[in-house]
Structure formats: structure tokens, C-alpha cells
Design a binder for this molecule. Structure first.
Ligand code: GAP
Length: 519
């Protein structure tokens, strides 16, 4: 095989971050009722998934935590919920109609289609994102890479636009074409004028959105990692164009340490380096304090919800890889079992989008700067944008633990993300009425289940496997003493607590205000 083209950095190690593969995770999620292939009774559809009850609960918890952290708890961020189909001129102005493309290779024999950069990454272990159509075609030819399905010859690379087209209205004409949104960001830009006026926002400020996005991926793969329908959580953070380096919160995060993989380190084939934000800014590796701030916020959010810090790094996009709108982009990456991969993109989009929409719509999207009495077009200094499905995978991988003593999986999800917080278990049939009373007491307070079937050990196991932090067991002693046993998922420790104090104690445990030991 020929050597990869010079200048294409090699991908770093693919040491598994978890004991299980992505396929095993997909099987686990299906077996336990988190996620299913969509329309499975008809054979499914590649790149589409349906969430079962437990999956919806976890997804909702992730979205709620994100919204609470980045919108509700902040003075400077407000939310919107734009529509999935909008005026197609939005996508013409943003560049998606012309530029949102990947390079596709088609087998001349079996017509199997594959995404060019992914094929090169798999076969040559190089970072190929952003390589041109000609470069991809040449590398495939030079390295004699065959069709992954039938080993036939692959044809020339072709541009493939990822936008899903649809038709609006009863008659299909050249003017009725619209698109399912490939990102939520553009609705933020298109609504910029109205949102800033109604929320009376002054720079710097952010506008956030959570919602579905659609991309007609050439080869969806790795379960929820790359699908055709997924949910995004995005913030566009706008700053004054002359104040991109004036983050007032920077001093609080200068000491934070991250594993940093700059574009220079990648080009020089060096390893990622642990460094503080102070060092990264002093060495001009991260260019602005605002960009650094948002990188740290995103990382800290994951860690605060139980993700393992050692599984994260930040990687700067190579000049060849950056999107058409980005001045500088950093990805928060996670060490998936199939290698370091993008979890969240954080692009400095400058004023590209607002200016594009001003040009195409003729609307004035500038803001009045009271200090200088001039109009300014704000810059998006960072756009923390992440898929909810990828976050879901991260939290599940880091929670997934095989217990040797118990000989089954314990899903050590953070209590805030756990789909069921408490399960009430009557030890024997004769205490069922009392257990129902306790269940009625708790179910208004927490996501709570009542589980009476099977041996108690089996019921603990069932709950441990889906991540229920606490089980409450009702036995004969409960009838005499009016108390119940709380069992901790992670330690299997048990404590008796008066029923009168049960809800309060569970609240304290679930919010991390105490542990069972303290009771
Ligand atoms: N507005 C910017 C934007 O959309 P992006 O890097 O294209 O940026 C943001 O996407 C995030 O969306 C990614 O970091 C990833 O978490 C998620 N994402 C992108 N494509 C995806 C796909 N096909 N399936 C699942 N998640 C995806």
C-alpha cells in the first residue's frame, strides 16, 4: 500500500474507552428497552432509531439538564424553538444548499455507496475530513482501496448534498421544494432580530435551541453516533466584534486542565498535550478567551453529570477540515470504543451567518452599540453544538460497569440522568398493599416504578441494569415499624428509614446532599 498523502495527519490510537463495542451497546440498549431500530418489524431503516420508555426518559433528562445549565441558570442566554421546515432561502443564504456536501464513492460493480473520507480513515488511518473530491479519488486509486461490500472497483468521487428535500403544498413545482433542517443554528440567525428585541438582549448574549435535525448521511454507522435523524442542542453565543477576547468569566477557568490536540500538533504528528486554559491562551493555541470559556463549560457539563474526565480531549480542526463558515473550530472529543470522535463542535462562526442573511433577506440584523453610537454586526465567538444521541452514548458508556460480585451489568448513571429514580419492591405478596401506599407517596415526587415480580435479587439486578439509583424494599418489619429499606445501586448498601422520612431522604440522596452511610 502507498503511504498516506503527506500533510494528512494520522489518527491517534483507537484504544477502547470502554469494555464493550458500539454494537454491544446497541444490543444492550435494545435488550433493555432504551433504543430500537426504527420500524423494526419492517426491517428498520438505516440511520433512524426509535426510543423506548427508558430511552425517552434518559434523553429528556439530558435535554433538561442542558437547558437548566445553559439557559435557565444564566442571565445571558435565552431559548427558541424554530420549525423543522422553513423558507428554503434560509438554507440558500447559509450555504447549505450549495456547500453541505460529502464526497461519495460508488462501486462500479455492485453500486454500493460509501463516504470517501470515512473509507480513507478506516483503511489508511488518516484524518480525511475536508479532503477535496480529487484528493479522495487519488488516495483511493493510489492505495487500490476496493469496494468494502464486494471488493469491486470504486469509481470517481462525487459531491453529495446531505439536505433532505421535501415538497410544501399540494402541487409539486420548482418553487415548492423545501428542506428538513440539517442544523438548528440557522433558525437562531433567521429569528435574530425578533428574539433580541423581545428578550431585550445586550451583547454579549446567547440564543439556544434544542431540536431535531436531518442529514441524509451517505453511510450512517456506529448506532446513534451517525444517524440521519438526530437531535441537536445548540447555542449561538454573540459578542461585540471588537470584544472577542473580553470574556469576564475567564479568570474562573484559567486553571482548568484539558487534553489539547491543536492543528499544529496534528500536522507535526505529535500527541495531544494536557495543559491549562491559561497555557493554551498564552501560547495562542486557543485564540480567544470566549472560545476557551465555552470549551470549558461544555467539558464541565459532561463531567458534572458523571462522564469520566479522562475520556475527553479537545481537538482543533485542520485548515482543510473547517466548515465554510468557520474561522476556528474546536471539537470536544470523546474516546469512543471506535476511537477519538467528535462529541461537540465549537466553531467561531464570526459574523458570517448574520451577514449572509442580511445580504439575502435585506433585513437589518445589526445591533446598536450605545458606547460608540454605531451599528455593529455581532460575531458568534463560539457555537457549542452537540447531538443528544452522542451525549446519550457518552453517559451510557461511562456508566456501563460489569460487577464481578454481582455477575451482571450495573449502569452507574448519574441520578439526574437515570430513567427511573426509585423502584418500590414488596418483598412478599402479603406486604403489597403497604408497598402500594409507599409507591403512591413517592411516585408524585420521582420517576418511580413498582416491581413485584420475581425473586428480590432478580429485581435488584433488573433495576441495577437500567441504572435505578435506589430501590425501596417493603417487608414484614415495615408493617410493624412503619419503615422501609433503601438500597444503593452502586454499593448495594442498605439502610432502614422511617416511611415519614422516606421522600425527604431520597431527595437528599438523589441530589448528592448525603450518602446512605450518613443516614
Ligand atoms: N450548527 C453547527 C453544527 O451543526 P456539526 O458539527 O455539523 O455542527 C453538531 O454538528 C453536532 O451534531 C456534532 O458534534 C454531533 O454531536 C452531532 N451530529 C452531527 N451529525 C450527526 C449525525 N449524523 N448523527 C448524530 N449526531 C450528529
Amino acid at each position: 500500500m502507498a503511504q498516506p498523502a503527506s500533510g494528512s495527519p494520522t489518527l491517534s490510537s483507537t484504544k477502547p474507552s470502554s469494555v464493550i463495542s458500539i454494537d454491544d451497546m446497541a444490543s444492550f440498549c435494545k435488550r433493555k428497552g432504551f433504543v430500537y431500530p426504527s420500524g423494526e418489524i419492517y426491517g428498520g431503516l438505516a440511520g433512524f432509531f426509535d426510543y423506548g420508555h427508558l430511552g425517552v426518559e434518559v434523553m429528556n433528562n439530558i435535554k433538561q439538564e442542558w437547558w437548566t445549565t445553559f439557559v435557565r441558570s444564566r442571565e445571558d442566554v435565552v431559548g427558541i424553538d424554530g420549525s423543522i421546515v422553513t423558507n428554503p432561502n434560509v438554507w440558500k443564504a447559509s450555504g447549505h444548499v450549495d456547500c453541505f456536501e460529502d464526497i461519495m464513492l460508488e462501486c462500479e460493480k455492485c453500486h454500493h455507496r460509501v463516504r470517501g473520507d470515512h473509507l480513507l480513515e478506516d483503511k489508511l488511518k488518516i484524518a480525511a475530513d475536508g479532503l477535496s473530491r480529487d484528493a479522495i479519488t487519488k488516495l483511493v486509486k493510489d492505495n487500490k482501496i476496493p469496494c468494502p461490500a464486494c471488493k469491486g472497483q470504486l469509481g470517481e468521487g462525487r459531491q453529495f448534498n446531505l439536505m433532505f428535500k421535501t415538497n410544501v403544498g399540494p402541487v409539486e413545482t420548482e418553487h415548492s421544494t423545501a428542506y428538513l433542517r440539517p442544523e438548528t443554528a440557522q433558525l437562531i440567525f433567521a429569528n435574530f432580530r425578533l428574539v433580541t428585541e423581545h428578550a431585550r438582549l445586550k451583547l454579549p448574549f446567547g440564543i439556544a435551541q434544542i431540536g431535531k435535525a436531518y442529514r441524509n448521511e451517505i453511510s450512517p454507522r456506529d448506532f446513534l453516533f451517525r444517524c440521519r435523524e438526530f437531535e441537536l442542542m445548540e447555542i449561538e453565543y454573540f459578542v461585540h466584534p471588537d470584544k472577542t477576547n473580553d470574556c469576564p468569566f475567564i479568570k474562573d477557568i484559567l486553571g482548568c486542565e484539558l487534553l489539547v490536540y491543536s492543528s499544529v500538533m496534528q500536522q507535526q504528528k505529535k500527541d495531544a498535550q494536557a495543559m491549562t486554559i491559561k497555557e493554551a491562551l498564552e501560547h495562542n493555541i486557543i485564540k480567544t478567551s470566549w472560545h476557551a470559556y465555552w470549551i470549558v463549560q461544555s467539558h464541565q457539563w459532561f463531567v458534572s453529570l458523571g462522564a469520566k474526565p479522562e475520556n475527553f480531549r479537545i481537538r482543533q480542526h485542520l485548515p482543510t477540515e473547517k466548515s465554510h463558515y468557520a474561522l476556528d473550530t474546536w471539537d470536544l472529543e470523546y474516546h469512543f470504543p471506535f476511537g477519538w470522535k467528535e462529541l461537540q463542535g465549537m466553531a467561531n462562526r464570526t459574523d458570517f451567518d448574520l451577514r449572509q442573511h442580511m445580504k439575502h433577506s435585506q433585513a437589518d440584523l445589526s445591533l446598536f452599540d450605545e458606547e460608540t453610537s454605531t451599528k455593529v454586526v455581532p460575531h458568534v465567538i463560539a457555537e457549542p453544538a452537540q447531538g443528544v444521541g452522542r451525549a446519550f452514548l457518552v453517559f451510557l458508556f461511562d456508566a456501563y460497569t460489569y460487577s464481578k460480585e454481582r455477575e451482571y451489568i450495573v449502569l452507574k448513571l448519574h441520578p439526574k440522568l437515570a430513567p427511573v429514580k426509585v423502584s418500590v419492591l414488596p418483598l412478599v405478596n402479603k406486604v403489597q398493599d403497604k408497598a402500594r401506599e409507599v409507591f403512591a407517596l413517592l411516585k408524585g415526587e420521582f420517576a418511580c416504578t413498582f416491581d413485584k415480580s420475581g425473586a428480590i435479587g432478580r429485581r435488584y439486578a433488573r433495576n441495577d441494569e437500567i441504572g435505578t439509583p435506589y430501590c425501596v424494599t417493603i417487608d414484614f418489619e415495615t408493617l410493624e415499624k412503619n419503615d422501609a429499606t433503601i438500597r444503593d445501586r452502586d454499593t448495594a448498601e442498605q439502610k432502614r428509614v422511617p416511611i415519614a422520612k422516606l421522600a425527604l431522604t431520597l431527595h437528599q440522596l438523589l441530589h448528592g446532599h448525603c450518602t446512605l452511610k450518613d443516614i
